[in-house]
Design a protein around this ligand. Structure first.
Ligand SMILES: [Zn+2]
Length: 537
C-alpha cells in the first residue's frame, strides 16, 4: 500500500490559516400525512426554524439554552421565486424538481401521504474558523456571541431535521435521484490556476478511487461512439458483464468523459487536416492518464482549463470559476460564487458521510493550494497506475481528519458497511405507514452500494477502456488472468505491440472518416435549406 508520509511533510507544516469556505446542497425527499397542516417542504422549514435546546459550552448551571438555528426567515415559497438573491448567509429550504420517487418506490407510497422534493442549501461556512450566527444571537448566561463550527452546525441541522420528522407518517430520506453537492471556496477570492489544475489533476488521475465510493449506477463514463475505446470485449467474455450505460451519466460526468470527447475532437481535426504526426500522437498517447494530465497542466488560462469540466453536471464543476461567468451579471441572474463544485457524491442525510466528504474535499483543495504543480504532478506520476492506491491514501495525503480516514477505511474495507447502514436506516424510526417505502429506498441503496457490485462496475469500466490505457503490470494486478490471455484487452495496454498499434490506429481513422462524412452530409443539408430559405426571403 502507498505510504503518504514522505509526501505530506510540506503540506502539514503549512499554516491552516488560509481561507477555506464550504457550502453543501442536500437533496432529499420529505413525506407528511395528506391531512397535515403544512406541505412536506414547508414542514422542513417549520421544523428547522423552531428554537432548539443547545448544550451550553460554558457549563453554566442551566446546562442548555433555547436558541434558533441559522435558518432563513423566508419560507420555501419565497425562495422558489428569489433563488438568485440567495447570498448564502442562512440555510434556505428550496426545491429541486430532479428529486422524485423512482418507479420501484411508487408502489410503496401510501395514498394517505404527500411528498415534496427538497433542496436544503447550507449557508457559507468557514472550514477552519467558527462562523457567527446570522441572527446575531448570544448565549443568555454570559452574552457571548453564538458561533458555529461547520461540523457542529451541519450535525445539529440534520439531527433537528430528523428529530422533527420522527413522528408517525413523517419521513425524510435521500433516494437514488438525490445528490450531495459541495461547493468549496476561499470566501470571494476564488482559486488560482495552479490550485485548480491540481484539483483537476487529482480527480483525473484517480477517478477509479473516487468511483469506489459511488453507488453502482452513479459510476458513469464515456458513452459516445465518436472515439473507439482502447478496448473491446468480445461476446465470448463471460468473466465480466459488458459495460452498460447507467443513470449516473445524467447526474454526474467524470473527468474521463471530457478527455475522451476532447480526444475525439483532436483526432478528427488531425485526420481532416491530414496531419500525420498529430494523428499518430493522439493514437499513441491520447487515451491514457499521463496525456490527460499533460493537457490539464498545459492550460494557460482558467477559461482553457474550464473546457475540461464543460457540462454543468461535471463531477468537478468549474463553471463558477470560468472568467465569462465570474463577473456580476455574467452568470445569468446570480451572484458569482467563485467556488469549485463537487457533484459526484450521492444524496445522503447521514451526518458521518456528509462530514467525511466535506472534510476530505476541503482538505484536498487546501492541499492542492499548498502544493506546487511540480510536486503534485510528481506524485500523480507515481500513483495513477498504482493498483493499490485508494481514497484512504488520498485522505491521508491531504491530511484529512482521523474520523474521515476511519470512515473511508470502513466504507472500502468493511464488507458489512452497507448492511450496517441499511440496518440503522430502517430501524431509526418506529414502524408506521411509511416503513415499506423507506425499506424499499434503503434496499435499493443496499444493492447499489454492495462492495462486490461496485468492484465489478469499476472492472467493467476499466476493461471497456473507459479509464484509458494502463501499463501491463497494472492490468495484470487488477484483472482476471483469462481476460488478458485472449484478444479482449488488446488495446488496453499502453505498451501494445507495433502491429496492434497499427490495427488500433486504423480503427480510429475509420471512425474519424465516418464522423467527418456525417458532418459533411449535415453541413450540405443545412447549406441546402439555407439556399431554400433565401429563395423565399
Ligand atoms: Zn449557559
Amino acid at each position: 500500500m502507498y505510504c503518504p508520509s514522505a509526501h505530506t511533510s510540506k503540506a502539514t507544516s503549512a499554516s491552516p490559516k488560509q481561507p477555506c469556505t464550504l457550502g453543501v446542497e442536500l437533496e432529499f425527499v420529505a413525506v407528511v400525512p395528506d391531512n397535515s397542516e403544512f406541505t412536506a417542504h414547508d414542514t422542513v422549514w417549520e421544523v428547522l426554524r423552531k428554537p432548539i435546546s443547545l448544550p451550553c459550552p460554558y457549563n453554566c448551571p442551566q446546562g442548555h439554552h433555547e436558541l434558533r438555528l441559522p435558518v432563513d426567515n423566508q419560507p420555501p415559497s419565497y425562495w422558489q421565486h428569489h433563488d438568485d438573491d440567495n447570498e448564502y448567509n442562512t440555510w434556505v429550504v428550496g426545491r429541486d424538481c430532479s428529486v422524485r420517487l423512482s418507479d420501484d418506490e411508487k408502489p410503496f407510497y401510501p395514498n394517505e401521504s404527500v411528498y415534496s422534493d427538497v433542496e436544503l442549501q447550507c449557508r457559507i461556512l468557514d472550514f477552519f474558523n467558527p462562523t457567527p450566527c446570522p441572527h446575531n444571537q448570544a448565549w443568555p448566561c454570559n452574552g457571548q456571541p453564538l458561533t458555529w463550527n461547520w461540523r457542529d452546525e451541519i450535525t445539529t441541522m440534520i439531527n433537528a431535521l430528523k428529530q422533527g420528522f420522527n413522528r408517525p407518517g413523517f419521513r425524510v430520506f435521500a433516494n437514488g435521484t438525490c445528490g450531495l453537492h459541495l461547493h468549496v471556496g476561499r470566501h470571494d477570492l476564488g482559486f488560482n490556476l495552479d490550485t485548480t489544475k491540481n484539483v483537476m489533476g487529482m480527480f483525473t488521475a484517480l477517478e477509479r478511487c473516487f468511483d469506489a465510493i459511488l453507488p453502482i449506477d452513479r459510476i458513469g463514463a464515456y458513452e459516445d461512439d465518436r472515439f473507439p475505446l482502447p478496448s473491446l470485449i468480445s461476446a465470448s467474455t463471460t468473466a465480466i458483464q459488458p459495460w452498460i450505460p447507467s443513470k449516473g451519466f445524467n447526474y454526474t460526468s467524470p473527468m474521463s468523459v471530457r478527455q475522451f470527447e476532447s480526444l475525439a475532437n483532436s483526432v478528427m481535426i488531425a485526420y481532416d487536416k491530414s496531419d500525420v504526426s498529430d494523428f499518430t500522437n493522439a493514437v499513441k498517447y491520447g487515451a491514457s492518464i499521463p496525456m490527460w494530465i499533460h493537457r490539464v497542466y498545459s492550460c494557460r488560462t482558467m477559461a482553457e482549463l474550464c473546457e475540461y469540466s464543460h457540462p454543468h453536471q461535471s463531477s468537478v464543476n468549474l463553471q463558477h470559476l470560468a472568467p465569462q461567468n465570474n463577473s456580476p451579471g455574467g452568470w445569468p441572474g446570480s451572484l458569482p460564487k467563485k467556488t469549485i463544485e463537487f457533484r459526484l457524491h450521492t444524496g445522503t442525510l447521514d451526518v458521518v458521510e456528509i462530514c467525511a466528504w466535506i472534510d476530505l474535499l476541503c482538505r484536498l483543495t487546501v492541499y492542492c493550494e499548498n502544493t506546487s504543480t511540480t510536486t503534485l504532478t510528481a506524485w500523480i506520476e507515481t500513483q495513477w497506475d498504482n493498483a493499490d492506491v485508494t481514497l484512504v491514501d488520498i485522505a491521508r495525503l491531504v491530511n484529512a481528519a482521523d474520523s474521515t480516514v476511519r470512515h473511508y477505511t470502513s466504507v472500502l474495507l468493511t464488507p458489512d458497511y452497507a448492511t450496517n447502514f441499511f440496518n440503522t436506516a430502517t430501524t431509526s424510526q418506529a414502524p408506521d405507514i411509511l416503513t415499506p417505502l423507506t425499506t424499499q429506498v434503503e434496499s435499493t441503496r443496499l444493492s447499489q452500494t454492495c462492495r462486490s457490485g461496485i468492484s465489478a462496475r469499476i472492472t467493467q469500466k476499466l476493461i471497456s477502456g473507459r479509464y484509458g490505457q494502463f501499463p501491463n503490470s497494472f492490468l495484470k494486478k487488477v484483472l482476471p488472468a483469462e481476460l488478458l490471455e485472449g484478444n479482449d484487452g488488446r488495446y488496453l495496454s499502453n505498451e501494445m505491440e507495433e502491429e496492434q498499434m497499427e490495427a488500433w490506429a486504423s480503427e480510429i481513422e475509420e471512425r474519424a472518416r465516418l464522423a467527418i462524412d456525417e458532418r459533411q452530409r449535415w453541413d450540405s443539408r443545412r447549406g441546402a435549406s439555407t439556399c431554400l430559405n433565401n429563395l423565399f426571403d
